[in-house]
Design a protein around this ligand. Structure first.
Ligand code: NAD
Length: 284
């Protein structure tokens, strides 16, 4: 059977470290502040923001949620993000999806100062990641994928990594981070031909598609490590990933579960980024 990677345990270890750093900042009179801008009344977004608030409180970060009066326009969102980026009391800024007019995050991301862009929403942050400049934050989910692989001691140097999904928030930055670790990276997407065959070449398979249980045993080489980023509502209630975990269980050497895999590590990574932003603002 595959080893089931415990995302909650990884997140707990990360949060312990983050809480220590937050306590050190507070001891110097610095309150680390994460600001969230929301221009949506969707319940799933509200649920996510509550979970961010709880996670921040647990590690000693003050989370300030700025709900814009609805309906809000894109310029209003951009203006709020800019205002928070200029506020010296705020160290980290994120923007909640969905945006007005169904816009992509990139439409307003450039209003977040790169040094406070802890979820890699500014296209400049992604560009810096692409050229290997260290001073930008990758999106938390992509960073979480790499953190899990690091924690599990999965070697990447010279290995084959396949990423399914080419979004700017998960697939592309995850591929760039894998490349930076010297993996040989293939990015697949909705137009990829012979997807299962390409995926079977992977030592590490990262799945970020948003299609419940798309990936089954045909997609996985024996012994591969499978990171399931997908979060989809299950027909029975609850959540299901992009990977059919029971089908893959006998083939993969290790797999992240959904829920309890990438999700909690993503939140922990966001908090880690927020603390790093506060530290570099005040101390370095
Ligand atoms: P997205 O819709 O922006 O991108 C999906 C990608 O999958 C696209 O690049 C598309 O080309 C590709 N794709 C779609 N159908 C495909 C198919 N049949 N075969 C191959 N490729 C296909 O989604 P996203 O924002 O990148 O998110 C992907 C998944 O990750 C979603 O389930 C989302 O909920 C989840 N997610 C999880 C976290 C987390 O913290 N765990 C964070 C962000 C997103």
């Amino acid at each position: 059977m595959s080893h089931v990677i415990d995302g909650k345990a990884i997140a707990a270890a990360m949060n312990e470290q983050t809480a220590r750093s937050a306590a050190q900042l507070r001891a110097r009179g610095i309150i680390p502040v994460l600001a969230v801008v929301a221009a949506t009344g969707e319940e799933s977004a509200a649920r996510y923001m509550r979970s961010i608030e709880r996670a921040a409180a647990r590690v000693g970060i003050e989370c300030r949620i700025h709900r814009l009066p609805l309906p809000a326009s894109l310029p209003q969102v951009a203006s709020k993000l800019g205002e928070l980026s200029r506020d010296p009391a705020v160290h980290a800024v994120i923007c909640q999806n969905p945006l007005p007019e169904g816009a992509a995050l990139a439409a307003v991301g450039s209003s977040i100062a790169v040094r406070k862009d802890v979820d890699g929403a500014n296209p400049e942050s992604l560009g810096m990641l692409a050229v290997g400049l260290p001073d930008a934050f990758p999106p938390a989910t992509a960073a979480a994928v790499l953190e899990i692989l690091r924690h599990e001691h999965v070697s990447l140097d010279g290995r084959r990594a396949v990423v399914i999904g080419r979004s700017s928030v998960v697939g592309k930055p995850a591929a760039l981070l894998l490349l930076a670790e010297n993996a040989t990276v293939t990015i697949c997407h909705s137009r990829t031909r012979d997807l299962a065959e390409v995926c079977r070449e992977a030592d590490v398979l990262v799945v970020a598609v948003g299609q419940p249980q798309l990936v089954n045993a045909r997609y996985v080489a024996p012994g591969a490590v499978v990171i399931d980023v997908g979060i989809n509502p299950a027909s029975s209630g609850g959540l299901v990933g992009d990977v059919d975990a029971s089908a893959v269980a006998g083939v993969a050497s290790a797999i992240t579960p959904v829920p309890g895999g990438v999700g909690p590590v993503t939140t922990a990574q966001l908090m880690r980024h927020a603390i790093r932003a506060a530290i570099s603002e005040h101390i370095q």
